[in-house]
Design a protein around this ligand. Structure first.
Ligand code: ATR
Length: 286
């Protein structure tokens, strides 16, 4: 006879290609242990070609998973294959969190929640601003733009090397979101209350450009969604220029919360022990 733990075991996954660098198993493993939940959360390396079959097995129950996280390169296909994407996933055209409910595959995107919850935790009141500047218009910046707009920030300015990518996002996210070329960065930073970096600037071996943060509104918050290293070159500069900074690790931790609650039924907290655990892991695995 199977023991009762096995009978009630709830299983969740993180899937991507590759997936072995994901820190999500560490995060969810910490919460499973903390709540003493009989569950598993494990990495599933799935190629793009195999992804539809993986989702089919989730839908028909044969995989044994209740749901999971989806990372690069499957976020768009996960959204398309879901039966019930929510409004956030619908607007982004991408999903990072899936779960089965009443026989249907639901999908959302929790990156925006991760972004805002991190700022709420580390710099409450960050959203009482008129204007924000986002540097970068790649996949990772989309949920950030959506979340800042949804908080009611009046003007969200996206600055990108390839301005057409910023324009595509401005079209997607409506009247409050504006696109600018890099040449306009200094001008759009003037008086802004929030600066967000979503690029890998200064981390690919090249030197980070020197930015004049002093034109931002006084007390403006500078944050980065990149969390390796914890203090990115742009955060170092902003701090040296006297601005409060928020690193991106909290975004990773907070984006995991809604998924855990969907699969395992408890809403976990992001605490210092968890943050330290992930930082220690970054130290040992880069
Ligand atoms: P992700 O999905 O992680 O956001 P991405 O789609 O490759 O990754 O986007 C990376 C972002 O960093 C883009 O905004 C990119 O600018 P382009 O759209 O012009 O490529 C930006 N980026 C990366 N390296 C850069 C560099 N050296 N200078 C300026 N922008 C850079």
């Amino acid at each position: 006879m199977a023991d009762s733990r096995e009978t009630f075991l709830v299983n969740a996954f993180v899937t991507g290609w590759p997936v072995k660098h994901s820190r999500s198993p560490l995060i969810h493993g910490y919460w499973l242990e903390k709540f003493e939940i009989a569950g598993t959360y494990r990495p599933e390396a799935v190629t793009e070609a195999d992804f539809p079959a993986f989702i089919q097995a989730l839908k028909d129950g044969s995989s044994g998973f209740r749901g999971g996280n989806v990372t690069i390169p499957h976020k768009e296909l996960a959204f398309r294959l879901a039966d019930r994407p929510d409004d956030l996933a619908e607007e982004l055209g991408a999903s990072n969190t899936l779960w089965m409910e009443n026989g249907l595959l639901h999908a959302t995107n929790t990156d925006g929640h991760g972004f805002t919850a991190n700022l709420d935790e580390r710099h409450p009141g960050w959203d009482k601003i008129d204007r924000a500047v986002i540097l970068g218009a790649g996949g990772a910046s989309r949920a950030v733009i959506q979340a800042i707009r949804d908080r009611g920030v009046g003007e969200v300015n996206v600055v990108n090397r390839t301005v057409s990518r910023a324009e595509e996002l401005a079209d997607r996210f409506g009247d409050k979101v504006h696109a600018h070329p890099v040449g306009a960065l200094h001008e759009v930073m003037s008086g802004a209350g929030l600066f967000v970096n979503t690029t890998s600037l200064g981390m690919d071996g090249s030197e980070a450009p020197k930015l004049d943060f002093s034109v931002l509104a006084s007390g403006a918050v500078v944050t980065d969604i990149v969390y390796v290293p914890l203090k990115t070159p742009l955060l170092v500069q902003a701090e040296e220029q006297g601005f409060p900074i928020v690193d991106g690790l909290g975004m990773l931790l907070h984006q995991a919360v809604p998924g855990f609650e969907k699969w395992f039924g408890r809403r976990p907290a992001v605490d210092k022990t968890l943050r330290d655990l992930v930082i220690a892991d970054m130290g040992s695995h880069g």
